[in-house]
Design a protein around this ligand. Structure first.
Ligand code: PEP
Length: 252
């Protein structure tokens, strides 16, 4: 029995420049090697910096992912980057459904499903984000919202001819960038619910990994990982500081 790897993903969002991005990637690659970190480490830099970073990661010490992808195949879509282009650049992962894209950039379940389909057609692994807003949390609609988001994802996956690996990241919107995290009890209830719901909807035999995201720091990472069914972490703010990101990788 081989214990499956934990996943540590860093979402850099729209931050940094060429120099700082290469430096950050370089620091992470060096420290992952030096500390002999066995988890699967994935970083999501801004798209313009993916290829320069790929160049300094020739030994594939870490994995790279895109923060976004077009819902459409190649053609007249000014400003978009297609899944075919990501595949061509040998980018392994892509984030879909991040709350900032759902709520600030108005993406809906339909366009998110199209994105998942394009990615799977091109053999790119998806980290699909779900989570309730503060208002939904306060009005106790968390399970209702998670069920809705998961149902829509799996309707699409189950109809897909080529379903591929999907990882689900639970990120309560109210925990993103706020310093707030759910209590251990809340997390355990929510991850039980996600685990059971995924089991109910998932028609493929492939096991699906679950990540937690929202204000993860070197101080709370270890205790968050104690929650049953959490296979890894999706990290925003703390992934921009190599030391914090590596500390998280080392403590779990
Ligand atoms: C995120 O945006 O995916 C995230 C988890 O951000 P932070 O860690 O900064 O809360």
């Amino acid at each position: 029995y081989i214990m499956s790897k934990k996943i540590i993903a860093g979402n850099w969002k729209q931050n940094g420049n060429m120099k700082s991005s290469i430096q950050l990637a370089q620091d992470i690659i060096r420290e992952v090697k030096k500390n002999n970190i066995k988890h699967e480490v994935i970083i999501f830099p801004p798209s313009l910096y993916l290829l320069p970073i790929k160049n300094i990661n020739k030994k594939e010490i870490i994995n790279l992912g895109s923060q976004n992808v077009s819902a459409y195949n190649d053609g007249a879509l000014t400003g978009e980057i297609s899944a075919t282009m990501l595949k061509d650049s040998k980018i392994k992962y892509c984030l879909v459904g991040h709350s900032e894209r759902r709520h600030i950039l108005n993406e809906n379940d339909l366009s998110l499903c199209e994105k998942v389909s394009r990615l799977h057609e091109n053999n790119i692994r998806v980290i699909y984000c779900i989570g309730e807003t503060l208002k939904e949390y306060k009005t106790k609609k968390t399970k209702y919202i998670l069920n809705k988001q998961l149902r829509s994802l799996f309707e699409n996956l189950n109809n897909s001819k080529r379903p591929n690996r999907v990882i689900i990241a639970y990120e309560p919107v109210w925990a993103i960038g706020t310093g707030l995290v759910p209590s251990a009890k809340e997390l355990s209830i929510t991850f039980d619910y996600i685990h059971n719901t995924v089991r109910r909807y998932n028609k493929s035999s492939k096991p699906i990994k679950l990540l937690y995201g929202g204000s993860v720091s070197p101080d709370n990472a270890e205790s968050l990982m104690e929650t049953q069914y959490i296979d890894g972490l999706l990290i925003g703010g703390a992934s921009l500081i190599a030391k914090k990101f590596i500390d998280i990788c080392s403590t779990i």
